[in-house]
Design a protein around this ligand. Structure first.
Ligand SMILES: Nc1nc2c(c(=O)[nH]1)N[C@H]1C(S)=C(S)[C@@H](COP(=O)(O)O)O[C@H]1N2
Ligand SMILES: [Mo]
Length: 253
């Protein structure tokens, strides 16, 4: 069905948006028909979010790749944003060098599972040198190594009803990816940075790398993934903590 929404139709919708509010409503209806409404569309910028998200999903349909860089371009300094989780559970795992850490993956999957760090490291690994761009305006280039999220999902099996992969961290962040980003070849459960284990402050033991979105979607200190068909029951139901703070759920770049 989605393929019937052509570039031209969307561009027309985009143009009518410029023409006025009724155009915006029309674009939102169009996006709704094709299932391209982001979970935070009820907010202040709802119609705009819908248009950004649906436009990106159509114009960059398939697996367009984020730019990759040469090893010589890796930043000498990578800023650490924020402190590692103070949570007891995290501090205990850190003290035990993450031997007891497990990533739970459940929800609409064939086999709910939990993976240790060596389990994830035993899967085929993937590396990419990419730019991390924080919404606050700074960036750095680093090499990330991990297992593709798609590999883990394929292993445990995903229900055709799946619409989002929710993800959670030890500092109580929650967020979600749509299935296009979940299956994307550059979406990694990353355990390595610049050829070493991920340093604590950069998200040890495992962080999300979702290279076509801004910094805050790249969640550090992962604890759990849940495959869902709706994000309504998490937090205020906007798919992420970010929209609760005024950021958008979809942070495509
Ligand atoms: N769990 C968790 N993940 C997080 C954050 C955080 O505070 N907690 N900050 C986000 C933001 S805003 C950015 S820019 C990046 C920063 O990653 P870095 O510390 O490796 O530079 O992590 C993101 N992931
Ligand atoms: Mo950020």
């Amino acid at each position: 069905m989605r393929d019937r929404l052509t570039r031209r139709t969307l561009i027309k919708a985009g143009l009518s948006t410029v023409a006025g509010v009724s155009g915006l409503a029309a674009a939102a209806r169009l996006a709704d028909r094709y299932g391209l409404i982001p979970p935070d569309h009820y907010g202040l910028f709802g119609a705009g979010e819908t248009l950004t998200y649906s436009a990106q999903r159509i114009l960059t349909s398939g697996h367009s790749l984020a730019r990759e860089f040469a090893r010589s371009e890796i930043s000498k300094v990578a800023p650490v944003n924020g402190e590692p989780p103070e949570d007891d559970a995290y501090q205990r795992l850190l003290a035990g060098r993450f031997a007891e850490w497990r990533l739970v993956v459940d929800g609409l999957v064939g086999t709910p599972s939990s993976f240790s760090l060596p389990d994830l490291q035993a899967f085929p690994s993937s590396s990419q040198i990419t730019m991390h761009a924080c919404e606050e305006g700074w960036s750095f280039i680093a090499e990330w190594t991990g297992v593709r999220l798609s590999h883990v999902l394929n292993r445990i099996g995903v229900s055709p009803r799946a619409k989002y992969v929710m993800y959670f961290s030890f500092d109580h962040w929650f967020d979600s990816l749509d299935m296009a980003d979940a299956w994307h070849p550059q979406t990694l459960l990353a355990y390595g940075m610049n050829g070493k284990e991920i340093p604590t402050g950069h998200g040890a033991p495992v962080r999300m790398r979702v290279e076509r979105q801004l910094g805050y979607k790249n969640m550090k200190y992962l604890s759990r993934l849940t495959v869902v068909d709706s994000v309504k029951t998490f937090g205020r139901g906007l798919g992420s903590g970010a929209p609760e703070e005024g950021y958008s759920w979809y942070a495509g770049i």
